[in-house]
Ligand binder design. Structure first.
Ligand SMILES: [Zn+2]
Ligand SMILES: [Zn+2]
Length: 275
């Protein structure tokens, strides 16, 4: 059994205002709490609230292994990390992990050290306090305890990765964000998501909007539904909502998604699912 909590469901930039209260305004961050470890998917501004919870909740103790896994490093997926309080606790350890090494001149550590260099932030990465390890691999699959992680590179400006996380009980969560399918759905993603217990797929645009944003690296909700149908997943959650889409707009989108694929909802900040 894993618990999946959505701490940030917005794409591109955080938004505030009464018209965003229902779905939430923080950028990408999802927490998977499995029986043995905590996995945090992306560190958008939503990770700030997650950090507070990790400090307050003793069941997520200091010694529990914690991985931060990144789909890619665009701002909306990293901008919360400097505000992640557990990273300032010298008793804690984290592993920051990512797939691929397309640009060999930049190590994983460099990406985060640059984000926190003194022109941009008053505390450097090395001065945060926690023991932060970096793990980057080109292997598309690796074992973690009795579970496994599989990664697939997909189409997005600068590259991005989808993940499938299989836990020791055979439950699977697939995270696929910041993906631009071509005219047809990427068959690699369908295979990755095959029969998953939960598919979390972005759906930043409506089918009508999508042609205007060709090359921006995103999907429509209709494409997310199509992946869920083709892969025959048990449940679909659509995330990475456009900052211009308010609650009433997203509620209408959700109704259209559910008409196509009933086991589907749009992600809401604070939403918790048990898998
Ligand atoms: Zn994004
Ligand atoms: Zn992106």
């Amino acid at each position: 059994m894993s618990r999946v909590t959505f701490y940030g469901v917005r794409g591109s930039i955080p938004v505030t205002g009464a018209e965003f209260n229902q779905f939430g305004g923080d950028t990408a961050c999802i927490c998977l709490e499995g029986p043995e470890r905590t996995v945090i998917l992306d560190a958008g501004t939503g990770i700030r609230a997650l950090g507070k919870r990790l400090i307050q909740d003793e069941t997520l103790g200091i010694s529990r292994p914690c991985f931060l896994a990144f789909s890619h490093f665009h701002w909306d997926h990293i901008q919360g990390l400097p505000f992640f309080l557990p990273a300032y606790d010298s008793r804690r350890s984290f592993t920051i992990s990512a797939f691929g090494r397309e640009d060999s001149s930049r190590s994983l550590r460099d990406i985060f050290a640059t984000q926190m260099q003194n022109e941009f932030f008053p505390v450097s990465l090395g001065d945060m306090g926690a023991n932060i390890q970096f793990f980057q691999t080109e292997e598309p699959r690796f074992e973690v305890g009795r579970g496994s992680v599989i990664a697939v590179k997909h189409n997005h400006p600068g590259g991005a990765y989808s993940y499938r996380i299989n836990d020791r009980n055979g439950k699977s969560v697939v995270y696929c964000t910041d993906i631009e399918h071509s005219e047809s759905i990427d068959p690699q993603i369908v295979e990755l998501a095959r029969n998953a217990d939960l598919l979390i797929h972005e759906g930043q645009y409506t089918p009508e909007e999508l042609p205007r944003f060709k090359g921006w690296g995103h999907s429509s909700w209709e494409q997310a539904v199509r992946v869920a149908e083709l892969a025959e997943v048990k449940q679909l959650v659509i995330t990475h909502h456009d900052p211009d889409h308010d609650d009433s707009f997203l509620s209408e989108v959700e109704a259209q998604c559910q008409a196509r694929f009933p086991a589907c909802c749009l992600a809401r900040q604070g939403m918790v699912l048990e898998i």
